[in-house]
Design a protein around this ligand. Structure first.
Ligand code: FES
Ligand code: FES
Length: 877
């Protein structure tokens, strides 16, 4: 019999390790917190997500569920142990080649599950891959690529091995790519960049020699932008470090923005390093939302880089004694073609300290050069992701750090009536912090903190809240009166909708609803806070709004903003959910209370219950038609929002309303905001109207569209799916479209409903136009991921609640798409080089739900008007 307290040894990646036992000690804790092997990630703590997968004697296990007493004398392999002699393992290589990740938080677990599969089945078929990886969740939903990557790995693993593997990375390039992951903390300005008066922003006392190019356009009344500026530094070593307030939560704006810098400055992509979301170093930014990275930060960074290029060309012209117009900038150097002379950028800036403020950009200076934009480019952080070297907020640790947990109310709005913390305070090593509405515990490790938290006895007064089956009535009966504007009501009337509905020969009315759903980023919210001796606090946290979090921290802590620094490492998923500052405030307050750095990482249940949800929606639509023309349209959204409420169709009489309601559950932004619900209602209703008018739904849409780009994506999706082709009984095709955030999307779905009424999605086609394409591979990845994420919300995702208490706050109970849920997804990108790029993180998600609902109707004649459509997979008969 094994003594769980006895010391033991195990072999980790070939190295013998002594291990001290303990009551709470899991294999995951040992690997991450004691051995520093952070490739295996905490995702759920319940054995349901696979993010912590490692191999135990060659078998994949969930490290969070393995107690150290079970591993004595056994061999553990983690993702860090796969690459050998600087060469990637074939599975890592394949994931890198295919780009089978977005945020990459799931990747180590996926890779290890795939390694185990290929070791027992060298050439698996699709079904075997799906079965082997079905226990691993990728919330970014890159499953189509993961499937391809495993097959590609099977090819790579075949003979010949080693250096002859196609595309294998050299040891040097791999090491360099991973080394680039090191944090930049060497530059310490006196004040944060955005809080320094503009005239004083030269930073020469802290920057190494080189050229600094700064672009801070004056605010314009004509254009709304989230980014206040961009700047970059060209150093004596030729390295380019660019700075933006945007962050990367998995959408890979890091690569897209780096490409724009590389192209404009004419340097290889490998020369560019992008510092994102550090409030001391980066220009101010409202937040990474609304698909604004490319339109806002991209434009500013490109101008800063083009301005830097022009300065370098002028420097070279002075050195060569020629006209700048005679020079060509390319590959990090300026060449005098006529004189056959070249000077590298690092030679041009050596010994200089120049600050160039970029107002106007001379795009012609330096001539044309080969461009990366528009060509497939792999993710710049890919090597670090597949090797486990990438450090997410959850992976950060600093000397002396403690772990905090916070007591939560059972429902929103509950107030603490009575509490007894004596048992928690008696746990050795635990400090209870109870001050100003915050009640938490701090302990040397997260298990102890969790155990102590569980020993706090609390009684709560709860408000009366509804259950899920009473939600529609509750929302209708609890309107919020507010001013129009952001989050407030919205009303628009065109023509005379009442009269037009009254006389319309064809009249239709229907109500559509959507459930609350959760973001479920694979990395839960986390923050690490450390106070300096001078009373300044630094908080590392995964957020989409680092400057907003800084402001909230300053207010909460009673500090001026310059005494707060927020650093945002690339984060394991956001999807519009990581806007709030709660976890950062908790970590900072606990750290201040105990005088030590404190990390707070929300558990999976906390992520469900304390993070906000996508709002539930009740949408009433009435329409009227005469002959083949839609004459009236009335649409009222209760609770979820006005985004996507204004449709693309030309209808002479319309009424559009959004009425906010008092939501019983915490709600907020989610990928594409309310556009998903509003598109579901509008595009479903268009289908219903087409049926009532006896018209083809595609034709009805096209007849009422003035937007040629939208018509083009509709045609593209319809042609590819085979619109109008006869199909067997039980088979149906649906289509839906929309305009959102400046992009156009059309989604077509082919479904089958068998005699058992089970729904099978045979195929999804999505046509997408977001203007000029910067990185087609990254864009395709975003579009695929959005479609698959939307699939979950369309088919089965829903928060269940009783009297305001969420009842499915675990991975086991809240279903998200897994690899076996994913049908073939075909992406058609329409490039519009003449139109500035719009973001692509949100729009591709809006049309999938109505396209499926319309396809189910085409297949069965059953109209489903509530999301999720088929929670149990069965179409009602
Ligand atoms: S399965 Fe271990 S963290 Fe999810
Ligand atoms: S890439 Fe899989 S969870 Fe983000």
């Amino acid at each position: 019999m094994i003594d769980p307290a006895a010391p033991t040894t195990l072999v980790v990646n070939g190295v013998l390790r002594p291990v001290a036992q303990g009551p709470d000690r899991s294999l995951l804790f040992l690997l991450r917190d004691e051995l520093g092997l952070t490739g295996a990630k905490p995702g759920c703590g319940e054995g349901e997500c696979g993010a912590c997968t490692v191999l135990l004697d060659g078998t994949p296990v969930r490290a969070c569920q393995v107690h150290l007493s079970e591993v004595s004398g056994r061999a553990v392999r983690t993702v860090e142990g796969l690459a050998a002699d600087g060469m990637l393992h074939p599975v890592q290589q394949a994931f890198l080649e295919v780009g089978a990740f977005q945020c990459g938080y799931c990747t180590a677990g996926m890779v290890m599950s795939a390694v185990a599969l290929l070791e027992r089945e060298p050439d698996p078929d699709d079904a075997q891959v799906r079965e082997a990886l079905d226990a691993n969740v990728c919330r970014c939903c890159t499953y189509p690529r993961i499937l391809r990557a495993v097959h590609r790995a099977a090819q790579l693993a075949g003979p010949p091995p080693g250096d002859d593997r196609p595309g294998a990375r050299t040891p040097e390039s791999l090491a360099a790519a991973i080394a680039d992951e090191r944090a930049t903390d060497e530059w310490k300005p006196r004040l944060p960049w955005d809080l320094t008066p503009a005239a004083e922003r030269d930073w020469f006392d802290v920057l190494p020699p080189g050229l600094v190019a700064v672009h801070e356009p004056a605010p314009s009344h004509d254009a709304w932008t989230t980014s206040a500026g961009a700047w970059l530094h060209v150093g004596e070593d030729g390295a380019v470090i660019a700075f933006t307030g945007k962050v990367d939560v998995g959408q890979d704006n890091r690569t897209g923005l780096s490409i724009l810098v590389a192209d404009a400055l004419r340097v290889p992509l490998s020369a560019v390093r992008l510092v994102m979301g550090d409030t001391d170093l980066c220009p101010h930014d409202e937040g990474t939302f609304g698909s604004r990275s490319m339109p806002d930060a991209g434009v500013l960074l490109r101008r800063a880089a083009a301005g830097a290029r022009a300065t370098l060309v002028r420097l070279a012209a002075a050195r060569f004694g020629v006209d700048p117009g005679a020079l060509v900038a390319s590959n990090g150097a300026v060449t005098d073609v006529a004189g056959s002379r070249t000077l590298a950028y690092q030679d041009l800036v050596r010994g200089l300290r120049i600050v160039e403020r970029i107002d106007a950009v001379d795009d012609a200076l330096g001539g044309e050069a080969e461009r990366l934009a528009g060509r497939p480019v792999g993710r710049v952080t890919g090597p670090a992701i597949v090797t486990g070297a990438r450090r997410y907020p959850s992976d950060l640790a600093i000397a002396g750090m403690l772990h905090g947990r916070v007591l939560r109310p059972p429902v929103p709005g509950a107030t603490l009536r009575r509490v007894d913390t004596s048992a928690a305070a008696a746990v050795p090593g635990v400090t209870v912090v109870h001050e100003g509405g915050l009640l938490g515990v701090v302990a040397p490790n997260p298990f102890l903190a969790g155990r102590a938290l569980g020993q706090i006895a609390a009684e709560w007064d709860r408000p009366a809240l509804p259950s899920g089956d009473g939600l529609v009535a509750w929302l209708r009966e609890h309107p919020i009166e507010a001013k129009e504007g952001w989050g407030g009501p919205f009303h628009r009337v065109i023509g005379d909708p009442e009269a037009a509905l009254e006389i319309a020969p064809t009249y239709l009315a229907a109500t559509y609803t959507t459930a609350y759903i959760a973001h479920v980023p694979l990395e839960t919210r986390v923050a690490l806070a450390a106070w300096n001796e001078d009373g300044r606090v630094t908080v590392w946290t995964g957020t989409q709004m680092p400057f907003g979090v800084r402001a909230a921290l300053a207010e909460e802590l009673g500090l001026p903003e310059e005494r707060v620094r927020v650093i945002t490492p690339d984060t394991g998923g956001g999807f519009g959910g990581k806007h709030a500052s709660g976890v950062a405030i908790e970590a900072a307050r606990l750290a201040r209370a105990v005088g030590r750095p404190v990390k707070v990482r929300w558990t999976r249940p906390e992520e469900f219950t304390e993070g906000h949800l996508r709002p539930a929606a009740v949408i009433d639509v009435r329409s009227g038609a005469d002959g083949e023309a839609i004459t009236a349209w009335e649409m009222r959204n209760t609770n979820s929002g006005m985004f996507g409420l204004v449709g693309p169709y030309t209808v002479p009489s319309q009424r559009l309303d959004f009425q906010p309601a008092d939501s019983p559950l915490r709600q907020g932004s989610y990928r594409a905001l309310a556009a998903t619900a509003n598109h579901f209602a509008r595009e479903s209703h268009m289908d219903e109207l087409a049926a009532a008018m006896g018209l083809d739904p595609l034709e009805l849409r096209l007849q009422h569209l003035a937007d040629e780009r939208l018509a083009d994506v509709l045609h593209a999706a319809a042609d590819r799916i085979g619109w109008g082709r006869a199909r067997e009984a039980g088979r149906g095709v649906g289509i839906a479209c929309g305009v959102e955030k400046g992009a156009r999307v059309a989604t077509a779905v082919d479904v089958r409903v068998g005699e058992d009424r089970r729904l099978v999605i045979e195929r999804i086609v999505i046509a997408f136009d977001c203007g000029a394409i910067v990185n087609p591979d990254g864009l395709t990845n975003q579009v695929e991921g959005a479609v698959v994420m939307g699939l979950g919300a369309a088919l089965f995702e829903a928060i269940r609640f009783e009297a305001g208490v969420i009842g499915n706050a675990t991975f086991a109970d809240y279903r998200v798409p897994r690899i076996d849920d994913v049908p073939p997804v075909e992406v058609i990108l329409l490039d519009r080089p003449e139109i500035p790029p719009a973001g692509a993180g949100e729009t591709p998600i809006v049309a999938i739900a109505p396209a499926i609902a319309n396809a189910i109707f085409a297949a069965t004649g059953v109209r489903l008007r509530s999301l999720p459509l088929v929670p149990d997979g069965v179409v009602p008969g």
